[in-house]
Ligand binder design. Structure first.
Ligand SMILES: [Zn+2]
Length: 265
């Protein structure tokens, strides 16, 4: 099967035109006419992941984050982006990114799948884009849903930590009211906080909040910052399972490389 066939499948899964304007999802490096010899699925395309693909005999790296994001003016190996792209080119590895278009779809979306992992019910897109639908479902950012039974705040945060296997999480003041409605966004979701408050969510789970941004909870909602990698790593498993179930003519590999640049002591 040619890479173009996989690109068509991904286009159906999460149409690339639904990516945000700042994004750079799609086929970034390689040739769509290449026969697929194997796919490595990862959150980030780093040099280590390219090495993994080479070792596995795979010629496609499908990542959530696009390694080429801003403009690249030269390929001289000066930084990790240039080195990764060079290594991919020199080893005939295709790089494909499925980023905010996968964030924005409901079915198999990054946030809706996280909602599913947390057992939320009546899940909806948190911030739908007006007038846009795909497979009859809203397109947009984040997800919101309800717990089948309300939970004490501390118990909820403990459960969140264990369900997602978090080493740590940061949260704002507890408000002494139970958690029933949960808003969330995989990745950097700060821009959705006001929407989460407007929709009366009791907690907003996301990542990349800065110090002053935690104040914006204003004792109206509990912000739980679980880390960027941690809020999205389930995406690797989701994509790996989708590819494994759909395609028998090439192997899909779940990366063994932990690409999280953040370490905890
Ligand atoms: Zn991300």
């Amino acid at each position: 099967m040619k890479l173009s066939g996989l690109l068509e499948f991904l286009q159906d899964l999460a149409p690339f035109e639904y990516q945000e304007t700042y994004d750079n999802s799609g086929h970034l490096v390689g040739n769509p006419q290449d026969e697929i010899e194997g796919v490595v699925v990862s959150l980030d395309a780093t040099e280590d992941v390219i090495d993994e693909a080479i070792a596995l005999g795979a010629n496609v790296v499908l990542s959530h984050h696009p390694i080429i994001f801003g403009g690249i003016k030269r390929l001289t190996g000066n930084n990790y982006v240039q080195r990764t792209v060079q290594k991919a080119l020199l080893n005939n590895i295709n790089l494909v990114a499925i980023h905010t278009n996968l964030d924005n779809v409901y079915n198999h979306g990054v946030s809706t799948y996280l909602a599913e992992l947390l057992g939320l019910e009546n899940t909806d897109i948190l911030s739908p884009k007006p007038g846009l639908e795909y497979k009859k479902k809203a397109i947009g950012s984040g997800a919101i849903g309800t717990l089948s039974r309300e939970m004490d705040e501390k118990a909820f945060l403990d459960a969140l930590k264990s369900t997602l296997d978090l080493k740590t999480l940061k949260h704002t003041n507890l408000l002494n009211k139970p958690i029933k409605k949960v808003a969330l966004c995989g990745g950097s979701g700060r821009f959705l906080l006001e929407e989460a408050k407007a929709r009366n969510a009791d907690v907003f789970i996301s990542s990349d909040f800065k110090y002053h941004e935690f104040f914006d909870a204003e004792n109206q909602i509990v912000i739980a910052d679980i880390g960027h990698y941690e809020s999205e790593r389930h995406t690797i498993r989701m994509l790996h399972e989708i590819l494994t179930n759909k395609f028998s003519n090439f192997a899909s590999h779940y990366t063994k490389v932990n690409t999280n640049p953040v370490n905890y002591l």
